[in-house]
Design a protein around this ligand. Structure first.
Ligand SMILES: C[S@@+](CC[C@H](N)C(=O)[O-])C[C@H]1O[C@@H](n2cnc3c(N)ncnc32)[C@H](O)[C@@H]1O
Length: 354
């Protein structure tokens, strides 16, 4: 049901209390996802948006329950990252400023908690840039094991600085690890159109369908790829641009990632009914894509303005989905200050169907 119940804060004082725990408890309190009614079916429980240091949220997520986790942590530039308006800003620092080793030490509790929270076929994606990616790769090898390294995804974009002393830095790196070496992968969910102009010529097959064709010079074997079936993308992505100022998707939150990026990441490793998480939610891109594509989600951010942006985005999309006859699950809002970030327009019921 979507309505005034669709998004509700529980008014708890802090995230630990909201999770039903005590700070000194030997075992951290856990979120309750309930039990799936049948093996292979998702448990019917609300999605979660939490305000506060998300290390507590990650540690409170029950073991082996998540199909995917995407994180886009602050890079530790020490600068205040500003978006649209005074409220849309976060302090891109941690105790480890400018020191990649210390950055890794800061991030490690989230990596360890992610490892525990992932299902055996689940995957973690860590979105980084040149500053810390090589250090975090080594830490992930230690936490997940080198055999569980599934790939390094290179997201290329046109914006970014030019340099007189080197090549322009125009890509981010997303490190992908499986919880086990048996991570799930759904290639048919992420196919893209085959482009002309490749080294392969296009011919018609016996049924008159266009196929790209190439012949292996050594073996003479001929390979044919139907053009209309598309292809699984390579591990470098040039077809997803950063959001520009006039994009409808823009919320004003700095460093907001495009939904298409998350569609590809989540589409590669999850199916509808799976549950995903993002411990550095920002404007809520992961949650928005999960909600729209039928995945459950747990997301958190320590900035009240980020949570307000995320909740507004989910509430607006939730109303649109409900109006189209596909209401999303209710959302539980947890954490200190949550009532302050909810405004009445977020809680207003959806328009009634004519
Ligand atoms: C790069 S932004 C994430 C942007 C997001 N991917 C999006 O598409 O909008 C990083 C976020 O991490 C949050 N953050 C930093 N430290 C945190 C912490 N300890 N716990 C929770 N969130 C944190 C910041 O408030 C910021 O919103």
């Amino acid at each position: 049901m979507v309505g005034s119940r669709a998004v509700h804060g529980n008014g708890q004082r802090d995230l630990f209390a909201a999770l039903g725990g005590r700070r000194d408890a030997a075992r951290p309190p856990r979120l309750d996802f309930g039990r799936p009614s049948m093996p292979g079916t998702p448990a019917a429980s609300p999605d979660v948006v939490a305000l506060g240091d998300s290390a507590a949220l990650a540690a409170a997520t029950p073991p082996a329950t998540l199909a995917a986790i995407y994180i886009d942590p602050p890079f530790g530039t020490g600068a205040v990252r500003r978006g649209r308006g005074a409220a849309h800003a976060y302090d891109d620092h941690h105790d480890a400023e400018g020191d990649p080793e210390a950055f890794v030490a800061w991030l490690t509790p989230w990596l360890v908690a992610s490892h525990e929270a992932l299902a055996p076929t689940g995957s973690l994606f860590v979105h980084l840039d040149w500053r810390a990616v090589h250090y975090v790769k080594v830490a992930l090898d230690r936490v997940f094991g080198r055999a569980c390294f599934a790939g390094e995804l290179v997201w290329c974009y046109a914006v970014g600085g030019k340099s007189r002393r080197g090549f322009g830095r125009k890509h981010d790196t997303i490190l992908w690890y499986g919880r086990t070496a048996g991570w799930a992968f759904y290639p048919d969910q992420v196919r893209v159109a085959r482009r002309g102009g490749s080294h392969m010529r296009v011919v018609l097959d016996d049924d008159g369908r266009p196929v790209q064709e190439k012949t292996d010079r050594k073996t003479g074997r001929v390979y044919r790829y139907p053009v209309d079936a598309g292809k699984v993308p390579e591990d470098w992505w040039t077809d997803i641009e950063t959001l520009n100022h006039s994009d409808k998707e823009r919320t004003g939150w700095p460093s907001q990632k495009p939904e298409r990026l998350l569609e590809r990441v989540l589409g590669a490793v999850t199916v509808p009914g799976d549950r995903v998480a993002d411990w550095f939610a920002g404007s809520g891109t992961t949650a928005a894509v999960a909600q729209r594509t039928g995945r459950g989600f747990v997301v958190g951010d320590r900035a009240p303005a980020a949570i307000a942006t995320c909740v507004a985005r989910l509430a607006a999309q939730g109303r649109a989905l409900a109006a189209a006859g596909a209401p999303p699950p209710a959302i539980d809002l947890l954490g200190a200050g949550v009532p302050d970030v909810i405004t009445t327009d977020l809680l207003s019921p959806p328009p009634t169907a004519p």
